[in-house]
Write a protein that binds this ligand. Structure first.
Ligand code: FAD
Length: 111
């Protein structure tokens, strides 16, 4: 967010690290911002409140982005093997897939 310009999606860095999933976060933050701007339009609150609410919303997710960036850094440094074993186990959609998916969906927006 720069003065009165609100950024969502890739321009705001909302694309999720590790998976590169960007459509759902972009839609989520856009919807949240649209709600805030709509409430401002109807006089429920003024621009400074919109600005701080949108900043607070993004701050709520910063830890999740931090974790996913960390996971991306760690996985990028893995040699093959074991990275190949990991992805084959992941593709088999067994315990590894379920465990990793559960953590990802807990971290990924929207909560
Ligand atoms: C190769 C690739 C594959 C991807 N695969 C996936 C996937 O499978 N799933 C997923 O969730 N995400 C995926 N992503 C990420 C996802 O595409 C983005 O995170 C998402 O599209 C971001 O949406 P956005 O609206 O912020 O930006 P964009 O979708 O890039 O939209 C921005 C729009 O603004 C337009 N624009 C730019 N400058 C101007 C200007 N000056 N004036 C007017 N218009 C302008 C652009 O032409 C564009 O249409 C992928 C990205 C890439 C590059």
């Amino acid at each position: 967010m720069a003065s009165d310009v609100f950024c969502v999606g890739d321009s705001a860095g909302h694309c999720l690290p590790l998976t590169g999933e960007g459509i759902r976060p972009a839609a989520y933050f856009a919807q949240q911002l649209a709600d805030l701007l709509n409430r401002e339009r109807t006089g429920e609150h003024a621009r400074p409140a919109t600005r701080s609410a949108y900043s607070a919303l993004q701050a709520r997710y910063s830890r999740r982005y931090h974790w996913l960036r960390g996971a991306q850094r760690v996985l990028r440094g893995w040699p093959d093997p074991p990275i190949g074993w990991f992805f084959r186990a992941f593709e088999a959609e067994g315990r590894v897939y379920r465990g990793v998916s559960r953590v990802y969906w807990e971290l990924a927006v929207p909560a």
